[in-house]
Design a protein around this ligand. Structure first.
Ligand SMILES: Nc1ncnc2c1ncn2[C@@H]1O[C@H](COP(=O)(O)OP(=O)(O)OP(=O)(O)O)[C@@H](O)[C@H]1O
Length: 553
């Protein structure tokens, strides 16, 4: 059965009673079956609203009653409905007054002390109520506005966090990366998707200084820590994705690009590395010149693996390193009748803390002397004649056993010395060693370029080792830069390493190659960049700073 609302309808002015007993006029906004009347009024520059029972309206406004109306006790109903009264929300007319739109705008209805404080919205003012409500909202106290703002920001932040968590979980499931690196891993992945790698040019170089780079796979420790690989190769360009964080904690990548003579792939083995680096130099020593091949890189990046042979646990296979491959090629060439007057001898020594030790003579300490002409002699160095590759391999085994090693943060069996393996072509029967030496190939496994962390080590010996290594690497850089000049212009006296290699830097025909080895993990990024910067300073290696989203050139 539908209720008869009598004269009570939308936009009609009615007298209402508040819970504190005060009475004032209000404007009917809606009537609801079976017997509720919703109304609004102005109070303290705000629009308030409330639902009142039809009985109460009829009792207070007798002129609006229908003809068959029977008066009832309205006291309890007034109390009941007044508890539901609420403030009108920011600028919107409430559909049901007992529903509050948001927490931020909820406020208790202030008590009205007198009728004069409340003003009745007229039918005219109701038609433009939208405009007025906006004005009213603008007049809201700043504190309330701030609470609204904070609330909205919090909701937005939580939504963003939830989104990020979702992306992170997806990325982590996809790449299985470290918790603190997943955003960078995703950025690097995106970068690789946008910049597909080019194949290398497969051209073997024969320049005076040849600089190549080899990155090793992530090792056991890095894999266990779920490290991200931050090094990408494309053709002859090597990219290092340096993780960066802005002051506002936004993460981004700095993509550094370096161009080399050759960049090896992860699956390129020692044989391939040899063919693109040391092999062309074997030819040159038969022409009577000096050649050098250096392995340079952070400790644990694979220098000894590349030069001396692959490791299986702590055992090294000396037959598949660059030392053995070079000896193999020298023997092949020696078989040619034109070189029948030549013989191959090998020496193997290490330079540790600026002192030289003979690895083929129980690490006997050797003296380095300079004669009147400035020539350097390593007094007492064993020069062993070898006739087969097997001879060379057994020499290498003996020497490697004697090499000084220690433990660094990156390699538990770190070589703390520069190891120098020399293949000399000699013509027996000549008087002096100088006369006898036709050509010499020095292959050098440099000590790990020290990280600040190791140089700052609290252990005095490690600290001193680090300082010596760094000093000799700086001297080496200066000598390589001066390579090909005469003895006066090559600063070889800067370290024992450069002294013993003096003749290799002098003369127009001398040639060198540098194999830089890299650890590709996130935690080695700084060292990797340092290694690459060292290379840029010795050669024509180009360094290109890329804008964040610049495509590969
Ligand atoms: N290209 C590679 N492929 C697979 N494993 C490698 C590679 N390069 C290096 N490794 C492994 O990494 C570990 C460290 O290598 P290595 O000892 O050659 O480093 P290093 O640069 O000579 O270090 P240090 O300067 O401390 O002597 C070894 O266990 C080695 O087997």
């Amino acid at each position: 059965m539908t209720t008869d609302f009598g004269g009570v309808q939308k936009d009609v002015s009615i007298l209402i009673e508040r819970s504190n007993g005060s009475q004032h006029q209000a404007l009917v906004t809606t009537v609801e079956q079976p017997n509720t009347v919703n109304c609004e009024w102005f109070e303290h520059d705000d629009i308030k609203g409330k639902g009142v029972s039809l009985n109460m309206v009829f009792n207070l406004n007798p002129h609006l009653r229908p003809q068959n109306f029977k008066p009832q006790n309205i006291k309890s109903e007034a109390d009941n409905l007044s508890r539901k009264s609420v403030m009108i929300s920011s600028g919107s007319r409430l559909k049901k007054e007992n529903k509050v739109p948001t927490m931020a705008v909820r406020r208790e209805v202030p008590s009205v002390s007198s009728r004069s404080e409340s003003r009745l919205p007229t039918a005219k003012s109701s038609s433009s109520s939208k405009v007025r409500r906006t004005e009213v909202y603008a007049k809201k106290e700043p504190t309330v506005r701030n609470i609204d703002k904070i609330q909205n920001e919090r909701i937005e932040r939580r939504e963003n966090q939830a989104k990020q968590r979702h992306v992170r979980d997806q990325v982590k499931a996809k790449h299985d990366v470290n918790d603190s690196q997943w955003e960078f891993a995703e950025m690097i992945e995106d970068w690789r998707d946008d910049n597909p790698a080019h194949p290398p040019h497969h051209k073997r170089m024969n320049y005076k200084i040849n600089v190549c780079v080899r990155k090793r796979p992530l090792n056991k420790k890095e894999t266990k820590n779920k490290e991200t690989d931050v090094v990408t190769r494309s053709g002859e360009i090597l990219y290092v994705h340096q993780p960066m964080t802005k002051v506002d904690l936004t993460k981004y990548l700095e993509n550094l690009a370096f161009r080399f003579d050759y960049v090896f792939d992860l699956d390129d083995d020692n044989r391939k590395v040899y063919e693109y680096t040391a092999k062309p130099l074997v030819e040159s020593i038969f022409k009577g010149t000096r050649a050098t091949c250096f392995a340079y890189g952070q400790t644990g990046s694979g220098k000894t693996h590349t030069m001396g042979g692959e490791f299986s646990g702590k055992n090294q296979n000396c037959a598949n390193g660059i030392y053995a491959f070079a000896a193999e090629d020298v023997f092949k060439k020696l078989r040619q009748p034109v070189y029948s007057h030549l013989q191959l001898t090998v020496s193997f020594f290490e330079i540790y803390a600026n002192k030289v030790f003979d690895l083929l003579n129980n690490s006997q300490r050797l003296r380095i002397l300079e004669d009147k002409q400035g020539k350097i002699r390593t007094v007492g160095l064993v020069d062993q004649v070898v006739n087969t590759v097997d001879d060379v391999i057994s020499v290498l085994r003996e020497g490697s056993r004697c090499r000084t090693s220690g433990q660094t943060s990156a390699n538990s069996n770190s070589s703390r010395s520069h190891a120098v393996f020399q293949l000399s072509l000699v013509a027996p029967g000549r008087k002096t060693h100088e006369d006898r030496t036709h050509g010499m190939f020095s292959l050098i496994d440099l000590a790990g370029n020290e990280r600040g962390a190791d140089t700052m080590s609290s252990d005095r010996i490690t600290r001193q080792e680090g300082a010596d290594i760094n000093k000799s690497l700086l001297a080496l850089k200066e000598c390589i830069r001066a390579m090909g000049k005469d003895a006066l212009h090559v600063p070889f006296r800067g370290s024992t390493l450069t002294k013993v290699l003096r003749d290799s830097f002098i003369g127009e025909d001398s040639k060198t190659c540098m194999i830089a080895t890299l650890s590709p993990g996130f935690s080695s990024c700084e060292n990797t960049i340092n290694t690459l910067r060292y290379l840029t300073s010795i050669s024509y290696v180009q360094i290109i700073q890329l804008a964040l989203d610049m495509p590969i050139a």
